[in-house]
Design a protein. Structure first.
Length: 190
């Protein structure tokens, strides 16, 4: 396994070895010992699977407030997505900045984000199966969100969507901007 650092501290792209032959392929998607060697020591307690049927569906930007915040290890097992992580840890040198990673069934990459991030993904294909591991259980009362088109985050949606509108849930359409969200994350310099 290989870890690729991003501009946001603690956010990593993970590439795993894939072994193929005439029957297909095999890869490890999680190995605690190897992840520890990469500096990821989170204990995952919940797995989730999301299915989207339409291209340009956007889910996010979501988070759970402390003490129910979640680190996540995400991957796309069918189709293709653009994963987006926004640093919402107050005091972080990258507060309000985002990183993206294309995840697909073809590139088999994974994306890891620590607690204190808002997360979302845009489907780039018609059918998408998106899987993620969390290191804390879901807690409805602590969930929060940030508008996908927040001007301070400044994601270039026109380019990403080729002029089309994203398909959003009502909850995501009505999410507050970063300056008005109820996130309670504080950056702790490691």
């Amino acid at each position: 396994m290989k870890r690729i650092d991003t501009k946001i501290e603690g956010v990593y792209i993970i590439e795993s070895d894939c072994f193929g032959d005439n029957r297909g392929w095999f890869m490890e998607t999680y190995n605690e010992e190897k992840f520890h060697e990469l500096g990821i020591e989170n204990v995952f307690v919940q797995d989730n699977l999301s299915y989207s049927t339409q291209k340009n569906t956007f889910r996010g930007l979501h988070y759970q407030k402390d003490p129910y915040s979640q680190a996540k290890l995400v991957r796309c097992i069918k189709g293709k997505i653009l994963d987006i992580v926004v640093d919402i840890r107050k005091g972080s040198p990258t507060y309000g900045e985002y990183v993206t990673c294309e995840l697909s069934e073809d590139n088999k990459r994974m994306f890891f984000m620590p607690r204190g991030m808002a997360h979302g993904f845009l489907t780039l294909s018609e059918e998408v199966l998106f899987q993620y591991k969390c290191d804390n259980l879901y807690n409805k009362e602590s969930e929060g969100g940030i508008r996908y088109d927040d001007p301070t985050i400044n994601i270039d949606w026109k380019q990403l969507l080729n002029g089309e509108e994203p398909i959003l849930s009502d909850k995501d359409k009505n999410a507050p901007e970063l300056k008005d969200c109820n996130a309670n994350f504080i950056y702790e310099n490691r």
